[in-house]
Design a protein around this ligand. Structure first.
Ligand SMILES: CCCCCCCC/C=C\CCCCCCCC(=O)N[C@@H](CC(N)=O)C(=O)O
Ligand SMILES: [Zn+2]
Ligand SMILES: [Zn+2]
Length: 492
């Protein structure tokens, strides 16, 4: 059983002096080698501050170091004859794992090595120290998304050390600028794959998780797999007014006018669209899992959806699945305490519900502000992503289902959902229509704010499970064709 080597699985994420066998060794070690109590090398992946600040400001020194590091700790991956490794856009990594059966359509696993900035204030440990407390490894990137980057390579390393050769080819894409758009990493990898005429049977990226105790009324953990992701729109609002002496102020300053516009946007949220997009599928799939009386409500959404939608909008996470969200993220104005400000600027970031478009949301923004003095400029925008297949004959879905059964037997249900953030996977639309966003980690109620927030962490056990999931998924993907569906199939 893989759990026998659970500690050894950590060697890449938590490199230890007692490394597992070198490539060519016929099988996995049979006894656990405990992680070191203290090694300067410990959790090197998390300690490397691969921060993306903006599209033009990346910590490229750290990114280069990350590349050196994976070459060192995954020797089997980098020396296997049937694996091609390419550095794309200087710091991203594309692996082509050539399977033995070229009749099987390849798939792809995505991850990213860059992280959002983190300053140490209010963290229990330094965000780049990777310290372990009570069974949790803390640090920026522990769930977003070095766990996937290292987990995929670790799973592959273990398979190779078992002399495993996949039948189905697959690609691994580890981007280096996901947090700031993916233009230098993911988009270049896509260009490369498109040039080669690659088409994928499915693609798996981050973006959703296993929710434990999060969905009220469902006791067992729920694996939510993202079948689409919200669109996004960033606008810059600006107001220009004549500057002057603060002793003779006008009735309204540029700051006042802009503040009023921002206030209107916050006071008038975009419409609740529950039931108009694929978020309804989550509740339809989970309906019978809810305890009474919620099961009755969820199986009769035609009647109860107005009540359900009102409840969902009360919590920020579930609010994000029912509407286009509005977030005022930047505000700049003023130059001196006695000068009437010549200009004021604010940035507003919207995440677009699958039932709306950029055009519609922009129109609502204009109508809500309704002030010609406020200039509205579109900085960046894209529509919500297409909805991926979710049925018995969808290869990816059935492979995830089987792998979840194998590795997470406590998971009570698997449901399609919408990814509320954006991922590199959105750039891969031309390669497949089967894009899934799912990270095999268990999230409890308090874990969501840690993503991009304070005290991001993963449990040691959680990381082991992640590697185990990927180890199993690669093997399960060798299936040639799906069995015919039959009624007593264990539908989790
Ligand atoms: C009953 C339903 C409950 C719904 C709960 C949803 C739970 C979602 C759980 C985890 C989501 C965590 C992460 C989302 C992925 C975000 C990736 C990201 O940070 N992307 C950036 C950068 C980019 N690529 O645009 C972003 O700004 O979105
Ligand atoms: Zn991420
Ligand atoms: Zn992120």
């Amino acid at each position: 059983s893989l759990s026998l080597v659970s500690h050894a699985l950590l060697t890449a994420f938590v490199p230890s002096p007692s490394l597992p066998p070198m490539p060519g060794t016929p099988s996995l070690p049979t006894s656990a080698s405990p992680p070191p109590s203290c090694s300067s090398n410990r959790l090197r992946a998390i300690k490397i501050p691969t921060v993306s600040f903006s599209p033009d400001e990346l910590n490229t020194t750290a990114m280069g170091e990350f590349g050196d590091y994976i070459r060192k700790v995954f020797p089997a991956v980098f020396s296997a004859k049937f694996i091609q490794h390419e550095v794309i856009g200087e710091y991203s990594h594309l692996f082509t794992v050539q399977g033995s059966n070229l009749d099987l359509q390849p798939y792809m696993l995505l991850a990213h090595l860059d992280v959002v900035p983190a300053s140490p204030e209010r963290w229990v440990v330094h965000p780049f120290s990777a310290e372990e407390l009570d069974g949790f490894i803390y640090g920026r990137g522990t769930v977003d998304n070095k766990n996937s980057a290292m987990g995929i390579l670790q799973a592959l390393e273990f398979l190779l050390r078992r002399n495993y050769r996949p039948q189905r080819s697959f690609y691994v894409g580890i981007g280096h600028d996901e947090e700031v758009s993916g233009h230098k990493g993911a988009i270049k990898m896509v260009d490369e794959l498109e040039d080669r005429g690659v088409k994928l049977s499915f693609l798996l990226d981050e973006g959703s998780v296993i929710l434990d105790g999060v969905v009220q009324g469902i006791k067992k953990p729920v694996a939510l797999i993202g079948i689409t992701e919200k669109g996004a729109m960033t606008v810059e609002l600006s107001v220009e007014q004549d500057p002057g002496h603060s002793s003779v102020p006008p009735k309204e300053t540029s700051i006042g006018i802009l503040s009023a516009a921002v206030f209107k946007l916050e006071q008038n949220p975009m419409p609740n669209r529950f039931g108009y997009g694929p978020e309804i599928m989550t509740f339809e799939h989970l309906a019978t899992e809810f305890s009474f009386p919620l099961n009755l409500i969820m199986t009769n959404l035609w009647l109860f959806s107005p009540i359900v939608s009102r409840i969902l909008q009360k919590n920020p996470t579930t609010n994000a699945i029912v509407r286009t969200t509005t977030a005022v993220t930047m505000f700049h104005a003023g130059i001196k305490s006695n000068v009437i400000p010549p200009s004021a600027k604010a940035t507003v970031n919207f995440r677009i519900h699958p039932s709306q478009t950029v055009e519609e949301v922009l129109e609502i923004v204009k109508n809500t502000i309704a002030d010609e003095r406020v200039k509205i400029e579109l900085v960046d925008a894209f529509d919500p992503l297409p909805v991926s297949p979710w049925h018995d004959q969808a290869l990816g879905v059935q492979i995830f289902r089987q792998t979840l059964l194998d590795v997470f037997p406590d998971v009570g249900s698997i449901a399609p959902g919408i990814c509320i953030g954006n991922t590199d996977s959105r750039h891969y639309r031309n390669l497949t229509d089967a894009i899934y966003r799912f990270n095999p980690v268990i999230f409890k109620q308090d874990d969501m704010p840690r993503v991009h927030g304070l005290n991001e962490r993963i449990s040691v056990k959680g990381y082991e499970k992640q590697v185990e999931f990927l180890f199993q998924l690669i093997q399960n993907s060798d299936i040639e064709k799906l069995p015919e569906p039959h009624s007593d199939f264990h539908d989790l």
